[in-house]
Design a protein around this ligand. Structure first.
Ligand code: BES
Ligand code: ZN
Length: 482
């Protein structure tokens, strides 16, 4: 007994000291087998290859290996996908990538709205958001500043909702298991096909060798600012989609797609029908001749890529919104769309340049807005984002009283004979009364059938109309009778 416990004690001492020395910070992940093998040859101390299958390897890896690969093996990357434990990493080797759900027939039918929307995209609004995010200094997922940035994005999006007056749109924060950082999701419920989802997203976190100095302007303040501009324009035009439309800012992409993977897994487990997912990661560095690069990695959906091309051919061929496109490949699961693709959802990833000509400053302290100095390139991606969301989610023709509910949207017009009431939420007047300054009621009506209140009985003076609509909201209006 005594001997046995000494033996076990020594063994566990040996094991823990080995772990403490060699394996601090290591995580389980999957990556392309050839990348894993190459990495093992050059940096055997940074990686263990556990098992390989289907040209993928389950590995135990130090996250710093990503920087070594960036500099020494690949022109960019290594995609490694985080897994919470060894067993899940090994299981992921069997996950079918590239098998698709039935893709809805994508159609183009919303041109008048699309043109109005893309006319409104403002590069300066994108710039503003990029600078706000960069100025956190770092958004590395374990730094408390990352969650300050999360709160800020939530506030920015809620402000856009508040300006629109809509009360049917919400922003939620998502907690994660494998990172302290949170994700942000804005949802506009679909009015007709609420169970079909159209989603655009990008990652909010950043990284650099010095984790306290990771401004992450192009990677990926640009993507979040691009998406924020899409939201701003849609809400300013009172977008009411047929399909549920969501906007996502993810936690912890840089350490292996952690935030998006947890969200995509939840959606899959809940059997949510995401009909199309488009990723915005790096949108503001124009490194190539053409503007937008469609990524043709095999896990992306060909139909969805063709749809983006169709959108650009339709809306960006000539005139002030003209832009050019080309094709490129990431060669691995290089951003959050891969998390959705792995769950079988159709994904696309329009990118800022060809991969070899994309921003060379990412993942360094130099990934700052001043490198470019304006957000004109990102604005092209907001346009494509608007085209995609509007056409894929489609405007609803049905006005839904129960779902859509505005604040402060009653208008009153007084022509001295009638007080005309316009309720922009299409609701009806429930009660209306007219009182004077002393509180005396002069007129009172219920269920006003028409929108006109006869005020010819009122003597000259000041009055206040108090109106309650069918949804219980109260509006007041002061007016004068001459
Ligand atoms: N924005 C990059 C992806 C990227 C990098 C695209 C370089 C094109 C050129 C993304 O944030 C990223 O850094 N991804 C990781 C992979 C991920 C699975 C950890 C990468 O590329 O190393
Ligand atoms: Zn990155």
């Amino acid at each position: 007994m005594y001997l046995k416990s000494i033996f076990l004690g020594c063994l566990s001492f040996a094991l823990t000291s080995l772990h403490a020395q060699d394996r601090t910070g290591f995580i389980h992940a999957t990556m392309q087998e050839n990348h894993a093998v190459e990495l093992f040859h050059q940096f055997p101390q940074l990686i263990d290859i556990i098992e390989s299958k289907n040209q993928l390897s389950a590995v135990y890896i130090h996250p710093d290996a990503t920087h070594e690969l960036h500099q020494k093996i690949l022109s960019h990357g290594p995609g490694f996908i985080f897994h919470p434990d060894k067993q899940q990493a090994i299981q992921a080797l069997d996950q079918p990538v590239g098998k698709w759900m039935n893709v809805t027939n994508y159609t183009l039918s919303e041109s008048s709205f699309v043109y109005k929307a893309i006319d409104d995209v403002k590069a300066d609004r994108i710039k503003e958001v990029m600078l706000i995010l960069e100025n956190f200094g770092t958004r590395f997922h374990t730094d408390p500043k990352a969650n300050l940035a999360v709160q800020k994005v939530k506030e920015l999006w809620e402000e856009l909702i508040a300006i629109s007056g809509r009360t049917d749109i919400h922003v939620r924060i998502i907690n994660h298991v494998n990172t302290p950082m949170k994700s942000v999701v804005l949802t506009i419920d679909g009015n007709e096909k609420a169970d079909e989802y159209v989603i655009i997203g990008g990652h909010l976190d950043s990284t650099a060798p010095d984790k306290t100095n990771a401004p992450g302007s192009d990677d990926n303040a640009s993507g979040i600012a691009t998406i924020t501009e899409v939201i701003r324009v849609l809400l300013s035009h009172d977008f009411m989609p047929q399909r549920t439309t969501e906007f996502m800012a993810y936690a912890a992409e840089e350490i292996g797609l952690v935030g998006s993977k947890e969200i995509a897994t939840t959606y899959k487990n809940q059997e949510k029908n995401v009909i199309a997912y488009v990723q915005f990661d790096m949108t503001n560095y124009q490194g190539s001749v053409e503007d937008i690069f469609i990524t043709t990695d095999s896990y992306n959906n060909n139909d969805l890529n063709l749809y983006l091309i169709d959108l650009m051919e339709t809306y960006n061929k000539t005139g002030k919104h003209a832009l050019t496109y080309n094709y490129t490949k990431c060669n691995y699961g290089c951003s959050d769309h891969h998390s959705w693709a792995q769950k079988g959802y159709p994904t696309a990833f329009p990118f800022e340049a060809s991969f070899s000509e994309s921003s060379p400053y990412i993942h360094t302290a130099s990934d700052r807005f001043t490198i470019v100095g304006h957000a004109d390139h990102a604005a092209k991606f907001s346009k494509l984002g608007l085209e995609f969301v509007i056409e894929a989610a489609k405007t609803s023709n049905k006005m839904s009283l129960t779902n859509i509910h505005y604040k402060n949207q009653a208008k009153f017009y007084n022509d001295n004979q009638f007080l005309t009431i316009q309720l922009t939420n299409q609701s009806k007047v429930h009660t209306i009364k007219v009182i004077d300054a002393a509180g005396f009621t002069h007129l009172s009506k219920e269920y006003l059938a028409s929108t006109k209140l006869d005020i010819r009985s009122l003597k000259s003076g000041f009055y206040i109309a108090i109106l309650t609509d069918q949804l219980g909201e109260t509006f007041t209006h002061k007016f004068r009778v001459y």
